[in-house]
Design a protein around this ligand. Structure first.
Ligand SMILES: NC(=O)c1ccc[n+]([C@@H]2O[C@H](COP(=O)([O-])OP(=O)(O)OC[C@H]3O[C@@H](n4cnc5c(N)ncnc54)[C@H](O)[C@@H]3O)[C@@H](O)[C@H]2O)c1
Ligand SMILES: [Zn+2]
Length: 300
C-alpha cells in the first residue's frame, strides 16, 4: 500500500510490485542444484551484490547495490517471477500457500525483535496494531515478553491484537502513558516498537521506554522527519535506538519455522483473496476493509 500510494520506493515505478510471495518452482535455471520443479518455496526478496563490504559481512540490507524483488525490480503480482536460486527457500509441503505468504512480513518482525535483544520477562509497547503491529505482538508473546501493551487509534485493531496475545490495549492516545506506567510499575517499557510510521509517535515512543530501554525504529515515515533527541538523557540512561528494515537470511528461515509450527495465529491474515485480474479492486478496497489484515492476490 505504501508503494501504491507513492509513499515508498515509488521512484522505481513503473514495474511489477509484489514482495511478500510464495509459489511453486516452474522452471530451474541452468546449473542450479538442490531444487526441483513443483517445489513450494518462499523467497528472500533481498538481492545483495555478494561482493561489497556489507555483503561480505552478511549485512545485505546495507549493500549499496541491493535490489529487492517487487520493490526495486519486477516482483510477484504476476503468474511467474524470476528469482535467484540462492534466495528460493524450500517450504514444507504441509503448510498452505496463504500462510507461507506471511513469511516475508513476519521476517521483518523477527529481525526487529532479534536486533532489540528482547527476551522473556521483559515488557514491550507496540505502537500500531496494523498487520505488522499484530505480528510484533504475536512474536513478542511467543518469546515470553510480558506484559505486552499495544496501542492503535482503531479500537477494533486493538481488540484483534488483544485476541492475538497482547495483555493491555489502548485506543485513546491520552491514556497511553498512564497505561504503560501502570503495566510496568512506573518504569516504562523495556522495548517500544514504533509500527505506524509517524514521526510524532517516535517522539512519544522515546518518552515511554524505561531508563536503559530500547526503541525499535521500524515504522517507515516519509523523508525529512528529524526529531529532537535528548543526547544527555540518552547517554546517562544508556538508552538505545536501532533501526531495522525488512527481513533477510536467517530472519526468513526463522519466520518460516514459526509459521510451519503454528506459532502465529494466522486467522486475521488469510481469507481476503482476489484473483490477479482484479488486483486493482484489491488495492482500491483495502482501506475500507480494516478487518482484513492482509489481502492476498492469488494466481489462477
Ligand atoms: N522496518 C521494516 O522492516 C518494516 C517492514 C514492514 C512494514 N514496515 C512499516 O511498519 C509500519 C506498520 O506496517 P503496517 O503494514 O502494519 O501498516 P498499516 O498502515 O497497515 O497499519 C498502521 C496502523 O497504525 C495505526 N495508527 C495510525 N496512526 C496512529 C496513531 N497516531 N497512534 C496509534 N496507531 C496509529 C493505524 O490505525 C493502523 O492500524 C508501516 O510504517 C510500514 O511501512 C516496516
Ligand atoms: Zn553488496
Amino acid at each position: 500500500m505504501h508503494i501504491f500510494h507513492g509513499n515508498y520506493a515509488a521512484d522505481a515505478l513503473p514495474m511489477i510490485p509484489g514482495h511478500e510471495l510464495t509459489g511453486h518452482i516452474a522452471v530451474i535455471g541452468e546449473g542450479v542444484a538442490g531444487l526441483h520443479e513443483g517445489q513450494p518455496v518462499v523467497v528472500d526478496m533481498n538481492i545483495g551484490c555478494t561482493r561489497c563490504y556489507w555483503c561480505r559481512r552478511d549485512e545485505v540490507l546495507n549493500c549499496p547495490d541491493m535490489q529487492q524483488i517487487g520493490i526495486t525490480m519486477d516482483g510477484a503480482f504476476a503468474e511467474f517471477v524470476s528469482v535467484p536460486a540462492r534466495l528460493a527457500i524450500p517450504a514444507p509441503a504441509h503448510v498452505p500457500d496463504d500462510i507461507l505468504a506471511l513469511t516475508e512480513p513476519l521476517s521483518c518482525v523477527v529481525r526487529a525483535a532479534r536486533k532489540s535483544g528482547v527476551t522473556f520477562g521483559q515488557s514491550a509497547l507496540v505502537i500500531g496494531a496494523g498487520p505488522i503491529g499484530n505480528l510484533h505482538v504475536q512474536l513478542l508473546r511467543t518469546i515470553g515478553v510480558a506484559p505486552i501493551i499495544v496501542t492503535d487509534l482503531s479500537a477494533d485493531r486493538v481488540q484483534m491484537a488483544l485476541d492475538c496475545g497482547a495483555d493491555v490495549g489502548v485506543s485513546d492516545p491520552t491514556q497511553l502513558a498512564a497505561a504503560v506506567h501502570e503495566a510496568t510499575d512506573g518504569r516504562g517499557a523495556d522495548l517500544v516498537i514504533e509500527s505506524v510510521g509517524n514521526a510524532a509517535l517516535y517522539q512519544v515512543a522515546l518518552g515511554l521506554i524505561r531508563r536503559g530501554g530500547h526503541l525499535a525504529a521500524f515504522g517507515l515515515t516519509g523523508p525529512d522527519t528529524a526529531l529532537p533527541l535528548d543526547i544527555l538523557t540518552t547517554v546517562l540512561q544508556e538508552n538505545s535506538v536501532k533501526g531495522s528494515v525488512a527481513g533477510v537470511g536467517e530472519d526468513m528461515h526463522d519466520a518460516l519455522t514459526l509459521l510451519s509450527h503454528g506459532r502465529i495465529h494466522t486467522g486475521p491474515f488469510v481469507g481476503a483473496e482476489f484473483p490477479l485480474e482484479r488486483i486493482q479492486d484489491a488495492f482500491d478496497s483495502y482501506d475500507s476493509r480494516p478487518d482484513d489484515l492482509k489481502t492476498q492476490i492469488v494466481m489462477a
